[in-house]
Design a protein around this ligand. Structure first.
Ligand SMILES: Nc1ncnc2c1ncn2[C@@H]1O[C@H](COP(=O)(O)OP(=O)(O)OP(=O)(O)O)[C@@H](O)[C@H]1O
Ligand SMILES: [Mg+2]
Length: 767
């Protein structure tokens, strides 16, 4: 797991260098007489020896902060009086007596090295603790073993999470049998707490150095090859440049991208990095239409416009080799995305551009400032406000589709709900609906968006998933949340406030037919949560995503020649080291694909990695089958074929619609692979492109007339509770209206005791 290492605690920082020095000096250690007190071994190794009196007797990091009132005091000195005071403050009568006594004679030391030495000197079993005393100490050690702080710090001294429980158990056994009374009293006062962890940790390190030097040495080799610390140093050319970073910081619909694109178009050369293919395509079209030659580069397509010095690309495809005058990184807050965040981090750290424009909300401002300090780049921040405030309609739709109006965008969080809502609206009102959801190709989403934007047709309502939250320019008057819960792959959870903000902010676009933005919910019960989300300030991001380069994985893999690719990924995750501001991006799908591809022989590590990262819906067995087939043919050096017929026409039911979606995804995957492998291995690119375009058209035609009940891709598998219940939600309450009977948000938010909507029925809110 990703770990934040050694940022907060200077003593631990020193611990790392100490452990490194210790582990890198094998001959000296081995030449020491045995049995040699380990503490002295490490001291000797660092030069702290009686023969070298000019050096302090113990390295300073071993002084726990909580007990050293003065940094100049040494372990040889008696513990300062404050130490005794601080322990008596919370102590019992006996402790108080002890403190008084310690003022007369030297108090027993609580310096970690002293404690450790005392433990070492003591005979095994010398401590006779009462049962209750023993129990209270065990609690402290349990807390220590489970503390995330300890786990991070242990990783920094080359003890990975997998080994930590064993070491902690041994440490506890060692400690309990020899624990001196004053240390016991001290730990009892602290109890299981961060202070106890910080007190024990340096002693723990000494114990590990003595007991597990070989293991630590092995782990060190392993972890060094999975070292992802200081990622800004991975891009020496970018570091050699003096870059100017401009952060366009503000909420949705405030002109951030517009202003950044102005600079992009003025520049002699530029790159625009988009979170979505769709948005890259929009910028590509817009910029070319304004007379600036611009190419397009996404995972699936490369359109090179002759004489162009500008390129619009998806963030994953941006080159850190090419030099640009201006780069734009849109939706910079996506740096914190658990899966894709690394692509934004890489672009920010690695782009070779004189001027880099970041567009996004304020959540990553602080961390961007920190990165700029690390990279030495100059940072300018431009703050933006929404052109028009967003107004929350307190009335809501009261669970009735009859309250839908022209220009509404109804947001639902599953494909099933989207089609149910579309069906209900078209059946019980005069409105016609366009739909937008993640599984649709970008071309179809754009087609649906322009159908909705165009005022001269009957399609005046949009039903969309969260895919609408980013990228498209839509003429939305009002965003209506059909629900505010979402299936997270495991269970239904409330939609995150940042996402609610992003989606609601789509209402009322400058220059559109509806410049004033409104938002509300379908159910009155959901309204409070909507307001709560919109009123929440942007949460500051403390960690951003990172992922290793292929070369780093390759280096690591060399140590496990017999490991499967899946095992390798797991081991890398377990052993990798990160700075405190970074986390390792997870890729849940990759493991599933890697497992499936295990049976394909003859792929190099790089080829396997490429297949694993191909865009595939892992829940779609047909798409998975095609990926397996592509990999098998490739590994047998056969030209990879499409092996899929063109559908006869548009879909007549949901099963056919699902089939069209799958077919497009498979073609999209084929095109992606063709751009990631040698050209001649995927020779049917042109055919795949034509088929993909035609299928996107068929999808558009199918959606225009879709009036069927949705099916599930995972037929036969248990559906999430929400989906099971969704039939009930649409039970007609009157002949011509529908009602959803309950709000899942209400169930989630049991803590909210007040009656739904009681404060909000009075009027609208500006947020
Ligand atoms: N100065 C301007 N003149 C004309 N139109 C503008 C101007 N600024 C922004 N717009 C228009 O306002 C709309 C919103 O602007 P933009 O897309 O830049 O907002 P944003 O802050 O990037 O929003 P989001 O966070 O949703 O991406 C766009 O349609 C854009 O063309
Ligand atoms: Mg924008």
């Amino acid at each position: 797991m990703a770990a934040s290492l050694l940022r907060s605690h200077s003593s631990s920082r020193l611990a790392l260098s100490r452990v490194r020095a210790f582990l890198s000096s094998l001959p000296l250690l081995h030449s020491l007489p045995d049995p040699h007190p380990p503490i002295l071994r490490s001291q000797l190794e660092l030069g702290f020896s009686p023969q070298n009196p000019s050096l302090p007797p113990f390295p300073p990091w071993t002084k726990p902060r909580f007990f050293c009132s003065s940094s100049s005091s040494t372990a040889a000195e008696p513990a300062p009086a404050q130490d005794a005071d601080s322990s008596t403050a919370a102590g019992d009568e006996a402790t108080s007596e002890e403190a008084t006594a310690s003022e007369e004679s030297a108090a027993p030391s609580l310096e970690p090295l002293d404690v450790y030495r005392e433990l070492r000197r003591a005979d095994k079993g010398s401590t006779k603790l009462k049962r209750s005393e023993c129990d209270s100490l065990v609690k402290v050690f349990r807390g220590f073993a489970k503390s995330p702080w300890v786990s991070d710090q242990a990783l920094a001294v080359y003890i990975p999470a997998s080994f930590l429980p064993h070491v902690c158990r041994r440490f506890r056994e060692f400690f309990l049998r020899r624990c001196p009374p004053h240390v016991f009293r001290h730990l009892s006062t602290l109890g299981p707490s961060p202070e106890a962890d910080r007190f024990l940790f340096p002693i723990f390190v000494e114990f590990c150095l003595a007991e597990f030097p070989d293991e630590m040495r092995q782990f060190r080799t392993l972890m060094d090859s999975a070292d992802l610390t200081k990622p800004h140093t991975w891009f020496p050319f970018a570091r050699a440049m003096k870059r100017r970073i401009v952060y366009h910081c503000g909420p949705t619909n405030s002109g951030k991208t517009y202003n950044a694109l102005q600079r992009f178009m003025e520049a002699g050369s530029g790159v625009y990095c988009s979170p979505l293919r769709l948005l890259a395509m929009e910028v590509f079209d817009k910029v070319n239409s304004l007379g600036v030659y611009c190419s397009l580069h996404t995972g699936q397509e490369k359109k090179s416009v002759p004489f162009s010095n500008h390129v619009a690309c998806t963030i994953e495809m941006v080159s850190t080799e090419q030099l640009y005058d201006v780069a734009v990184i849109d939706e910079i807050q996506m740096m914190a995305d658990p899966t894709r965040g690394y692509a934004w981090t890489r672009a920010l750290l690695g782009l070779k551009a004189d001027e880099i424009h970041l567009c996004g909300d304020p959540s990553v401002l602080k961390i961007v400032k920190k990165i700029c300090r690390d990279t030495g780049d100059e940072l300018e921040v431009n703050h933006y406000e929404r052109f028009k405030p967003l107004v929350v309609e307190a009335k809501t739709l009261l669970g009735n589709f009859k309250n839908v109006r022209s220009g509404d965008c109804i947001v639902a969080f599953s494909r099933r709900e989207i089609f149910e809502v579309k069906l209900a609206i078209e059946k019980f009102t005069k409105h016609k609906c366009c739909v937008i959801y993640g599984a649709l190709p970008p071309e179809t989403r754009r087609q649906q968006a322009s159908l909705f934007n165009d005022q001269d047709n009957e399609y005046d309502v949009l039903v969309a998933s969260d895919a609408v939250g980013m990228g498209l320019n839509l003429n939305i008057r009002r965003v209506v949340f059909y629900s505010l819960s979402k299936y997270n792959g495991d269970k239904m959870v409330p939609v995150a406030p940042s996402q609610v903000k992003q989606i609601a902010g789509r209402a009322g676009r400058r220059g559109s037919a509806y410049p004033d933005g409104l938002t509300t919910t379908f159910l009155l019960d959901d309204l409070d949560y909507l307001i709560e989300c919109l009123q929440q300030p942007f949460q500051e991001v403390t960690k951003i995503g990172l992922f290793p380069f292929f070369e780093q994985v390759e280096l690591f893999a060399a140590q496990f020649p017999n490991a499967t690719f899946c095992e390798l990924l797991d081991k890398f995750r377990e052993n990798c080291r990160l700075d405190g501001n970074y986390f390792l991006c997870r890729n849940d799908g990759v493991n599933k694909v890697a497992n499936m591809l295990e049976k394909v022989q003859g792929l190099s590590l790089e080829e396997r990695l490429n297949f694993c990262f191909a865009p595939v819906n892992i829940r779609d067995p047909k798409a998975m089958y095609h990926l397996l087939r592509f990999a098998m043919h490739y590994s047998q050096n056969r030209p990879v074929g499409i092996a899929m017929g063109m559908p006869k026409g548009s879909a007549r039911n949901d099963a056919e619609l699902l089939d069209l979606e799958t077919k497009h995804q498979v073609l999209s995957m084929y095109l992606w692979l063709s751009h990631h492998f040698k050209e001649d291995t995927f020779p049917y690119v042109q055919k795949a492109e034509i088929m993909a375009t035609n299928i996107a058209d068929l999808l558009g035609q199918s959606l225009a007339k879709a009036c069927w009940k949705p099916e599930s891709r995972s037929q036969g598998k248990p559906r999430p509770i929400e989906e099971e219940n969704s039939q009930d939600k649409l039970k007609p309450v009157a002949k011509e209206s529908y009602e959803r009977p309950r709000s899942l948000i209400k169930a989630h938010k049991t803590k909210r005791q007040e009656q739904p909507g009681q404060h909000h029925l009075a009027g609208n809110f500006v947020v």
